[in-house]
Design a protein around this ligand. Structure first.
Ligand code: MIG
Length: 819
């Protein structure tokens, strides 16, 4: 598609919303004129011939569909893990209202029938949760296909989630767009960026609810920006199809997220190696440099699990090739890495070079996206002119997935899908500057897609392209290598992307602002259902100062995905780049991560089962604590660790807010802090401010050089005294799917006063608990008993208030400090 310049400018301005399109022909639904029921849904026709269908996916999950056309489309969603069920519906007429519920204890939906159809949702206790704004009833534009709904808003209500946004933690009074965009070096505040997850969790007076607007067109959320008394969401096309999660009796954020991930799926458990430290650069090349990087990590005893191969490894950027000059013997190179306990991840982009001599290009014909006139769509990316698999075509996914066979055979361990918004280059012949959101940076909107049988345009399927690429990769790996857990990393995604892939936050920049931004970005993605997330450490574009890189590595040590990555034109960036002083601190940061791997792995296992992510914003665990609601420079790792990284230059102390209702012990010296207070704590460059909740039991192990070695070391459980509580240790083989057939073990440690009970007492199948480390011990106990017998294998350290108790090799279950 080529446009002349004025036309292109107009199209661009329109697409950015800078110029209003011709007056929109918005109309509202009007009143209900017809009602029709089946067992599990009610369908209403309105005076404007729109259809509304309401059902309950679960007692506390209402689903609302509105089609401006006379009928509904096939019920299909890329976001959902399964076809959503619908519970038997109880329908009552009360005055002019229709009252719907799916079980006496559940939520209810009330529909006002006239003069306009309005929908109100109430929670299980009868409280009003979400209600259509009577001043702005559901509307549609029959000409453009746009649809929209507005909800009443209480001024104090806050909104979180929305996937990946370069915005402050709470999105009240923000306007956001969902349109996957390749935005290199994005400035904080730029919207949209790479991912589109149209889901949010609201918080009002300590209670939560969630809304998932499952529409893959360009969509938007105005969360009270235009008018603080309402929020609005809508899209350029498709159905108004959304779910309201009322969060059960407690209305807790966790309940909302559990229900959302029940619908959209949960991240599968990653292989343990993917939780180790990862080193990347655009690009490590040739092979000698890769060897040197790996060797330097081992020589310097800095733990590492993964090295990345960015686009430089390929032969003319043709996917699934290696440069014969720079990587003549890839299998041998990968063998060498494996021998040192290092895994390899290669980048794989969607663009396939149009080249009749390139077998992959030839094999993919018929599976590429097509222009409106039916030709193979061609656009420029790294390899030159490319064709692009239509990942919304199941045959294309299967084919693309099968292409990984060769690389797996050579020994590549995991795959990184980039440029899948999709991003393409703006033709170099254009003289205008390339704007971040230039529509020419992706496929033309009329590009044709298969849509898994519901053919449609790129306007409709753009936002799922990247996620379906990650799916092709994930499913391909699962098929080719069924005994191993796939590791996939993707830049673009849509709701449900967590089923297939980890996500990194794209091309951030080497600034302190971006370091600060990484915390709300990652906690927001996490509570949008995506547990395995990380930001490029040090910032992708630009070169960080020694201090910035060191602080960033420290902050990222306890984020789910930990990878240093840097752009092609930046100075080298490895943990040792900045000299000995920084190298020692960086080593310690990475070691801390390896020490906490047993805790992190347990959190990942929990997350795979419940959808509750390892990394959480404070409010998620403390919805009632007003002081926690907008804290965005701290995060929780699980329930029990509070991480408060330094994200400002030249800061050596920082203020930490401790959430209410718990006591928090300093990880390093045991100092207790009362919940509900904000305290200035010391934070010299070599210290990550880290706190553990009193009553917690945190599994750790001694630092190791890689996760494989770490898994052989004994467990040491840190016990934070000062409150009753418990902790768990999940263990399995670290890879493969044996855990799904019972090849796993979870031990619980419960703490009552000064007594720890371990259940089950045996750790024969996996690693045993070799020691307990009590923190917050003011003075040495008079004795320590293990199953009633006094132990002498204890060590007390007064400066750190740590008491270490070695456990015998036999099974033990009760350890008590006598005071
Ligand atoms: O046009 O593969 O976000 O991580 O290093 C740039 C080269 C393409 C963008 C990714 C970045 C990667 C780079 N890629």
């Amino acid at each position: 598609m080529r446009m002349n310049e004025p036309l292109r400018c107009a199209a661009l301005l329109l697409s950015l919303g800078w110029v209003q399109a011709a007056p929109a022909a918005w109309q509202t639904l009007g009143r209900v004129v017809h009602e029709q029921r089946d067992k599990a849904a009610i369908e209403l026709t309105t005076s404007s011939h729109a259809h509304v269908r309401v059902s309950f996916v679960d007692v506390d999950v209402a689903r609302i569909r509105m089609s401006p056309k006379g009928s509904f489309e096939r019920d299909f969603s890329y976001a959902l893990a399964d076809t959503p069920g619908a519970l038997p519906l109880d329908v009552q007429h009360k005055g002019d209202k229709i009252v719907l519920r799916a079980g006496a204890d559940g939520s209810r939906v009330e529909i006002t029938q006239a003069p306009e159809l309005l929908i109100d949702v109430y929670d299980a206790a009868g409280n009003h949760v979400v209600g259509d704004d009577p001043a702005r009833p559901i509307a549609f534009d029959a000409v453009t296909g746009a649809i929209e709904t507005s909800k009443q808003r209480v001024a104090t209500e806050l909104y979180y989630g929305f996937g990946e946004k370069a915005l402050p933690l709470s999105r009240h009074q923000q306007y956001m767009t969902m349109w996957n965009s390749d935005t290199p070096g994005y400035a904080p505040g730029l919207d949209p960026i790479y991912q589109s997850i149209p889901f949010f969790i609201a918080l009002r007076e300590g209670k939560s609810y969630g809304v998932f607007f499952d529409n893959t067109y360009r969509s938007y959320f105005d969360m009270g920006k235009t008018d603080a008394s309402r929020y609005t969401f809508g899209a350029n096309g498709g159905e108004l199809n959304y779910y309201v999660f009322t969060g059960g009796r407690e209305r807790s954020p966790a309940n909302v997220l559990r229900d959302y991930t029940m619908l959209t799926g949960r991240g599968s458990l990653p292989p343990q190696w993917a939780l180790g430290y990862q080193q990347s650069r655009y690009s490590y090349s040739p092979d000698a440099q890769v060897r040197e990087i790996a060797r330097t990590f081992r020589d310097k005893r800095i733990p590492i699990d993964v090295i990345y191969f960015d686009i430089g490894y390929m032969d003319g950027y043709r996917i699934f090739t290696w440069s014969p000059k720079d990587f003549p013997e890839p299998a041998k190179l990968l063998d060498e890495l494996h021998a040192q306990g290092v895994h390899a991840v290669t980048i794989v982009d969607p663009g396939i070079k149009v080249d009749e001599n390139f077998p992959i290009y030839r094999a993919g014909k018929n599976l590429y996206t097509r222009t409106a006139s039916g030709d193979e769509l061609h656009a420029e990316v790294w390899p030159g002119i490319c064709a692009f698999p239509d990942f919304t075509n199941p045959d294309a996914r299967t084919w693309f997935g099968s292409l990984y066979a060769g690389f797996l055979e050579q020994g590549v361990d995991g795959f990184w899908n980039d440029m899948n918004e999709p991003g393409v280059f703006v033709p170099s012949s254009w003289k205008l500057p390339v704007l971040v959101h230039d529509p020419a940076k992706t496929f033309p909107l009329d590009t044709r897609h298969d849509g898994d049988g519901l053919a449609g345009t790129h306007a409709r399927y753009h936002n799922v392209y990247g996620m379906q690429m990650a799916r092709a990769t994930f499913e391909g790996l699962a098929k080719l290598r069924p005994q191993q857990r796939p590791f996939v990393l993707t830049r673009a995604g849509y709701a449900g992307v967590q089923r297939y892939s980890a996500v990194w936050t794209g091309d951030n920049a080497s600034t302190w602002d971006h370091l600060g931004l990484s915390i709300p970005m990652l906690t927001s993605l996490s509570i949008s259902g995506v547990p395995f997330v990380g930001a490029d450490i040090g910032g992708f574009t630009g070169t960080p100062s020694a201090e910035l890189y060191t602080r960033w590595l420290q902050a990222a040590a306890l984020t789910p995905f930990m990878r240093t990555h840097s752009a092609i034109d930046t100075a080298p960036r490895e943990p040792w780049t900045y000299g000995e002083k920084y190298e020692a601190i960086n080593r310690a940061s990475i070691e801390l991560r390896y020490q906490l791997l047993p805790y992190l792995y347990t959190l990942f296992a929990d997350s795979a089962a419940s959808g509750i992510p390892p990394m959480r914003p404070l409010w998620f665990e403390y919805p009632q604590d007003v002081g926690a609601a907008q804290v965005e420079d701290e995060f929780l790792l699980g329930r029990d660790l509070l991480v408060a990284p330094v994200v400002h230059e030249a800061q050596t102390q920082r203020r930490v807010y401790f959430p209410k209702g718990n006591t928090w012990l300093d990880w390093w010296d045991g100092t207790p802090h009362t919940g509900g207070s904000a305290v200035d704590v010391a934070a010299p460059l070599d210290r990550l401010p880290l706190f553990v909740r009193a009553g917690a039991a945190i599994p750790t192990s001694p630092p190791a050089q890689n996760t494989g070695d770490a898994a052989k070391l004994p467990l040491i459980v840190r016990i934070a005294l000062g409150a009753d509580g418990s902790g768990r240790v999940y263990q399995d083989a670290g890879d493969g799917f044996g855990y799904r057939k019972g090849d796993s073990e979870t031990s619980t440690l419960s703490l009552h006063g000064d007594r720890v009970h371990i259940d089950p007492p045996s750790h024969a199948r996996f690693r045993r608990i070799a020691a307990l480390e009590f923190i917050g011990v003011d003075k040495p106990p008079s004795a320590v008993t293990i199953d009633g017998k006094a132990s002498i294998a204890t060590h007390f350290e007064a400066t750190t208030k740590h008491l270490r108790v070695e456990l015998p090799a036999r099974q033990v279950s009760d350890i008590e400090l006598q005071r």
